[in-house]
Design a protein around this ligand. Structure first.
Ligand code: HEC
Ligand code: HEC
Ligand code: HEC
Ligand code: HEC
Ligand code: HEC
Ligand code: HEC
Ligand code: HEC
Ligand code: HEC
Length: 421
């Protein structure tokens, strides 16, 4: 039996779609049809073209993007000798390699790691540079830390970066040939395969994340900014730590699951209250936020093509929240003035939204932390029970959780049932 059903497609994508459903095959025609997949069509028509191919027609975007960190996370020291931050000639027992042994340099903001090439794979040397403290630290994932340590020998030179890293630092890493279209976060990592679009530019043969539904829009970033595992592992005998087979235009959840967490447990990836514990978990955090549920996306705050602000923010961290928030906004905070909400002088660090709602508590390395993206305020009382750091004592380093809890309890705007107990 056939039934004809009209579905309204996502706003802005197109008008309405007329689809025919075979009701004998599917009794509950509740699932909307798969959205048109311009990227899949593009893949069939020629696949990936490389960012350089976009330059001709999108020159201003290309030039901005080219200077971002995402466009420069992986560099070859033969073409970019300046990529190596530390002085490798200064003796250090951790540093067992010379500049000439380095095939690729990874990272520049928080930490830098160094890869050597053996056969057709890359391997990370067991030392990393801590950018903030200007010092070497060992680099080795110990047993019982990351999930994959159980599947690899305890030796960096037996842990190839292909399965463990490269899918997130390149475009179109091919697990069979170990080749990439390009290193770094190129245009097509977020826009899908672009060869057909390059040949005949149209809006229908390239993905624009701004016109995807909110889940898929955020998946543009979550494909890399998350801790998770492929749905099936091992793949061809090896354990992968990135969403093998996914590219923009496909459905991330068919390839990738976010790391599980049981409330009450402190793990490698999570604090006991469910906040991320590690870096690269902006996606794990953000999906728990009310903002995610309301359709806010990573790119509501970040312009990944590059801006003058830290972390490619559309406005500096001190004011970006005020794009949508303020005392008069239905989005909150629900107080007469910002000061009344924050109890700190307007314009001072203690009054910045990010200070309390995005504390730096997620570990890159050692004591180098990045900001949480749950946007939840962690009450000092929860710090006591769950060992998750809170913003108050992270800034008031000479004070205790009990001091912060008492101060907070005296601020009448906040519910004692949420923050006081
Ligand atoms: C030959 C010129 C040309 C090249 C090369 C080109 N584009 Fe485009 N692109 C266009 C034009 C023209 C449009 C606007 C199409 C329209 O509005 O109908 C466009 C639109 C877009 C859009 C917006 C689509 C939308 O839904 O609004 C994105 C994203 C995009 N291009 C990305 C890329 C990427 C990524 C590459 C490289 C793989 C690339 N383009 C290469 C000409 C080009
Ligand atoms: C890390 C992901 C990412 C990368 C890399 C990226 N983009 Fe985008 N791009 C986005 C997102 C998200 C949007 C939609 C939001 C926006 O407009 O900022 C977008 C929007 C666009 C648009 C349509 C909006 C406009 O400004 O006209 C074009 C064109 C575009 N990108 C081209 C490019 C090109 C060319 C490159 C490479 C030089 C590139 N992008 C690299 C994520 C990315
Ligand atoms: C291919 C994987 C990948 C994708 C897709 C991706 N990122 Fe990234 N992102 C990275 C890597 C790797 C870095 C680290 C770059 C570095 O430090 O050199 C990074 C860094 C960043 C930074 C910090 C930049 C800085 O200068 O401090 C921001 C912000 C960011 N990404 C946001 C996004 C957003 C938003 C999206 C989606 C629109 C996105 N990323 C998509 C891999 C990715
Ligand atoms: C699932 C995707 C993914 C995998 C797998 C992955 N990374 Fe990353 N990496 C990222 C993202 C996203 C960032 C930036 C965000 C952050 O650190 O919070 C990043 C950041 C980094 C940085 C810091 C960059 C800087 O400027 O300080 C280094 C170094 C790095 N990764 C190396 C590695 C190595 C080595 C591996 C494999 C052992 C690996 N990554 C595996 C996505 C990934
Ligand atoms: C509501 C705004 C907002 C949203 C949504 C958002 N971010 Fe951020 N993000 C920020 C701010 C603010 C910072 C801090 C930058 C600073 O300290 O200067 C930041 C920092 C970062 C950094 C740099 C690491 C750090 O903490 O310094 C990365 C990477 C990042 N965001 C990725 C993402 C990704 C991926 C998503 C979506 C899963 C996302 N962000 C969603 C506001 C946002
Ligand atoms: C693009 C608009 C936008 C931006 C930018 C934005 N927000 Fe939001 N925010 C929202 C919306 C929408 C809601 C949900 C309001 C509602 O439905 O009650 C929200 C809700 C919140 C909530 C309440 C969440 C809860 O679980 O009760 C907090 C806290 C918050 N935002 C913090 C921030 C911070 C901090 C920043 C800056 C880093 C920021 N927001 C930037 C749109 C935004
Ligand atoms: C000194 C710490 C602090 C600062 C700074 C701060 N907040 Fe809050 N915020 C809180 C606390 C505490 C709560 C209550 C948390 C709860 O109920 O779970 C809260 C709750 C909220 C809520 C949800 C309740 C409501 O009133 O709507 C929003 C939205 C919010 N904050 C937005 C912001 C924005 C936007 C900024 C920057 C202008 C900001 N906050 C700055 C501590 C702070
Ligand atoms: C980013 C830093 C920062 C954060 C986060 C922060 N404060 Fe403050 N706080 C300050 C500074 C700086 C002052 C000094 C007065 C001023 O500039 O407003 C202050 C002053 C105070 C005072 C009055 C003076 C005193 O020391 O007795 C109290 C009480 C207080 N903060 C409590 C809190 C509580 C509770 C939280 C968490 C909800 C918090 N603060 C979060 C920086 C911060």
């Amino acid at each position: 039996m056939q039934r004809t059903v009209w579905y309204l497609a996502a706003a802005g994508v197109s008008g309405a779609l007329l689809v025919t459903i075979d009701a004998s095959a599917r009794t509950t025609p509740r699932q909307p049809p798969a959205p048109r997949r311009p990227a899949a069509a593009a893949a069939a028509a020629g696949g990936f073209a490389g960012s350089e191919a976009c330059r001709k027609c999108h020159a201003p975007t290309y030039e901005r993007w080219k200077r971002t960190r995402m466009a420069n996370v992986v560099r070859d020291p033969r073409t970019h000798p300046d990529a190596i931050i530390p002085d490798l000639s200064a003796p250090n027992p951790l540093v067992t390699f010379k500049a000439g042994d380095i095939a690729l340099v990874y990272g520049s903001k928080w930490k830098q790691r160094y890869f050597t090439r053996i056969g057709d794979d890359y391997y990370a040397f067991p030392a990393q540079w801590d950018v903030a403290h200007r010092q070497w630290r060992p680099y080795f994932a110990a047993a019982g830390t990351d999930w994959w340590t159980a599947h690899y020998p305890p030796d960096n030179m037996k842990r190839p970066t292909g399965p463990l890293c490269d899918g997130c630092h390149s475009v179109n890493y091919d697990i069979a040939t170990k080749q990439v279209t390009e290193w770094n976060v190129g245009c097509e990592k977020c826009h899908g395969p672009g060869a057909a679009h390059v040949a005949a530019p149209a809006r229908t043969n390239i993905v624009n994340p701004a016109r995807l539904d909110t889940v898929r829009a955020n998946d543009t970033c979550i494909q890399c900014h998350s801790q998770g595992q492929p749905l099936t592992n091992p793949i061809r005998g090896q354990y992968y730590d990135w969403p093998v087979g996914f590219h923009q235009g496909l459905d991330l959840k068919a390839f990738w699951k976010l790391e599980d967490h049981t409330l009450g447990q402190t793990t490698f990836t999570h604090y006991a209250d469910g906040t991320a514990h590690k870096n690269r978990m902006q996606g794990n955090d953000f999906v728990t936020s009310l903002m995610y549920a309301r359709g806010v996306t990573c790119f509501s705050c970040h312009d990944v093509h590059g801006t003058a602000n830290n972390a490619d923010l559309i406005k500096p961290a001190s004011v970006v929240c005020l794009t949508c928030h303020g005392p008069a906004s239905p989005n909150g905070p629900h107080a007469a003035t910002i000061e009344q909400h924050t109890h700190h002088r307007a314009g001072s660090p203690g009054s910045e939204c990010v200070s309390c709602h995005m504390p730096k508590i997620e570990q890159e390395m050692g004591d180098v932390m990045v900001r949480s993206h749950t946007f939840r305020f962690v009450p000092p009382s929860v710090s006591e029970t769950s060992k998750v750091p809170n913003a108050c004592v992270a800034c008031h380093t000479d004070k205790t959780n009990a001091w912060a809890a008492t101060a907070l309890a005296s601020w009448p705007e906040f519910s004692p049932w949420r923050v006081g107990q």
